[in-house]
Design a protein around this ligand. Structure first.
Ligand code: B12
Length: 215
């Protein structure tokens, strides 16, 4: 039964059928399916939307609708991340989507998972120029900078951001983790990031590890 619903969920998101998406997500949650598993199914659905956009069957308006459906799912009670009250601050993280890229679903997911794990998170938003990462790092003194990006252009923007941090002599004071659909382990090494993760939960574990090594 679960397998049938997972297929239905991917298909429904691909078809931008929000009602069906919500029904499937609720059914999966009621059957004990983990929200991270549900997120990866949603990502599969988003890939279908992207593929239909590439072939010209979908338009920009359809991309917008898919983003709205995804965000509405993340607002469902058991999909939301709630920061644990009174938890010790694990460390400070600046998050942002790289310059030239306005996609924010992945960045927001990462932000929620970091906050839920006790990190003090500052969100710089989307389309963040390298100079903003530099000025905000100087102002806020974060332990970690987490950059997200899905557009191909985000790769060079991330590289320019890391270079700008070096030019401002901030690079050895802050760890940089990158992620998002445009990134890979290999690319992250090429651009000089400290880490890459395809997944916010693993990304948070990496961030915790950074702090253990520096404390
Ligand atoms: C929804 C969507 C939009 C929405 C975004 C809404 C929003 N609020 O974000 C809107 C309508 C704004 C949009 C606009 C555009 N889009 Co668009 N969009 C998509 C779509 C369908 C889904 C992207 C998405 O949100 N995925 C789900 C999230 C959750 O995935 P994610 O970001 O990768 O995040 C996951 C992990 O990577 C991780 N993660 C993310 N960041 C980080 C960071 C760290 C540090 C860590 C540890 C982890 C991590 O966390 C998440 C875990 O689930 C994709 C298609 C696809 N294949 O995905 C196209 C796609 C990305 N878009 C595309 C294009 C072309 C555009 C436009 C140029 C269209 C246009 N003509 O205007 C504009 C770009 C504007 C710009 N300058 O950025 C192309 C990109 C092509 C490319 N290679 O560059 C794609 C691939 C579609 C396609 N196949 O052609 N888009």
């Amino acid at each position: 039964m679960i397998e049938k619903v997972t297929d239905q969920l991917i298909r429904a998101l691909g078809e931008l059928d929000e009602t069906q998406v919500i029904i499937c997500v609720k059914t999966l949650l009621e059957n004990g399916v983990d929200r991270f598993c549900i997120q990866s199914l949603l990502n599969e659905g988003m890939k279908r939307v992207g593929a239909l956009y590439e072939t010209g069957e979908y338009f920009i308006a359809d991309l917008i609708v898919s983003g709205m459906i995804y965000k509405n799912v993340l607002e469902l009670p058991r999909m939301r991340y709630v920061p644990k009250l009174g938890e010790r601050v694990a460390g400070r993280v600046l998050v942002g989507t790289a310059e030239g890229d306005v996609h924010d679903i992945g960045k927001d997911l990462l932000k929620s998972v970091l906050s839920a794990n006790g990190f003090d998170v500052y969100d710089l938003g989307t389309d963040v120029p390298p100079k903003t990462f530099v000025s905000e790092s100087t102002r806020l003194q974060p332990d970690i900078i987490a950059i997200s990006g899905v557009m191909t252009v985000a790769v060079s923007a991330m590289a320019r951001t890391i270079q700008a941090l070096s030019d401002a002599n901030l690079r050895d004071r802050v760890k940089v983790i990158v992620g998002g659909m445009c990134m890979s382990e290999e690319l992250s090494r090429e651009i000089g990031a400290d880490a890459y993760s395809p997944d916010p939960l693993e990304g948070v574990a990496v961030c915790k590890n950074f702090l253990l090594k520096t404390s």
